[in-house]
Design a protein around this ligand. Structure first.
Ligand code: ZN
Length: 307
């Protein structure tokens, strides 16, 4: 089981059995004031040095946290899968200036990893927040169309139905999920490329979904298994490595922060000190891999994580 698990920072990828998982970056190192994400992150707490904080995910001088926005490219048994579709280009995100009208190199990054948009078989989103659906669509002649013309887009039915219902509460369509439901989800539904699935769903080929509610009402995590090796693409169940020091910290980004905390604690309890690689949606490459239990909190397992 993952005896030699190693996230290779040079190529930004790892192997799980014969499967390759590669990080395709959309936006690297966006800075966040800790309190924007975690209400309990006081200045005093942030001054403490911990093994989980490093120059890539934290600035010791300004005390800001950095988050990465990337997709995982999974090449498993001749299938090409993209998980969590980041921010996208040309999207109107008035309330999020850094995400607004972007012109980033995500597709070039994908091509550099050897994949053309036409090669993608499945697109999966752990949930439907704006930073996980952006590259679902691209702007073509003034219209939002699927970026991956041959892909089936796998959405949790519970998640989709939740935001569909929520939509009725907003006065204009631009407001729901910063506009992303209309520019990055509904065009996929209209195109006929969406497949709404139960939260427990086996896609086959060693890929299956599991409910991980709390961050959003239909949030799921994605298991990848090959040759008895195992990784979990756990989306926003963890936002930042500082949550390994403070796994009980609630976030401002969760629909149900209490449930999200229980889900996170369960994930950590179940997989700490195992050979399962934990690959969250916003961790940088140096922070990906195995997790160990450490006196009631958790630590990125650098020792096992290095060859
Ligand atoms: Zn996110």
């Amino acid at each position: 089981m993952n005896k030699s698990f190693n996230w290779d920072n040079e190529t930004d990828r790892c192997r799980i059995g014969a499967t390759h998982i590669t990080r395709i970056v959309d936006l690297d190192r966006q800075a966040f004031e800790p309190k924007i994400i975690f209400p309990a992150a006081s200045g005093e707490v942030m001054q403490k040095k911990t093994a989980n904080l490093n120059d890539h995910n934290f600035d010791q001088n300004t005390l800001v946290l950095f988050l990465s926005f990337h997709a995982y490219l999974v090449r498993i048994k001749n299938k090409t899968i993209l998980v969590d579709m980041c921010l996208g280009n040309n999207k109107t995100r008035i309330e999020r200036p850094i995400w607004h009208q972007r012109n980033g190199p995500f597709i070039e990054n994908l091509k550099n990893a050897g994949v053309e948009p036409t090669d993608v078989d499945y697109v999966m989103c752990t949930h439907l927040h704006a930073d996980h659906v952006g590259w679902n669509t691209k702007l073509l002649n003034g219209e939002w169309v699927p970026t991956f013309p041959n892909a089936e887009y796998i959405f949790s039915e519970k998640e989709y139905n939740h935001w569909r219902r929520e939509d009725g509460r907003y006065s204009s369509e631009e407001q729901i999920l910063h506009g992303s439901f209309y520019d990055s989800v509904m065009p996929i539904i209209s195109s006929g490329q969406a497949r709404l699935v139960p939260s427990n769903f086996n896609l086959g080929n060693g890929v299956h979904l599991e409910p991980a509610y709390g961050h959003t009402p239909g949030n799921i995590i994605i298991h990848i298994e090959d040759c008895q090796e195992h990784a979990i693409l756990c989306g926003d169940t963890l936002h930042h490595p500082i949550q390994l020091d403070h796994p009980e910290w609630k976030t401002n980004f969760c629909s149900d922060p209490e449930q999200a905390t229980l889900t996170r604690l369960n994930l950590l309890r179940e997989y700490a000190d195992t050979k399962t690689a934990i690959l969250p949606a916003h961790f940088h490459s140096g922070d990906l891999g195995l997790i160990s239990k450490d006196n009631g909190s958790y630590v990125l397992n650098k020792k096992l994580n290095t060859k």
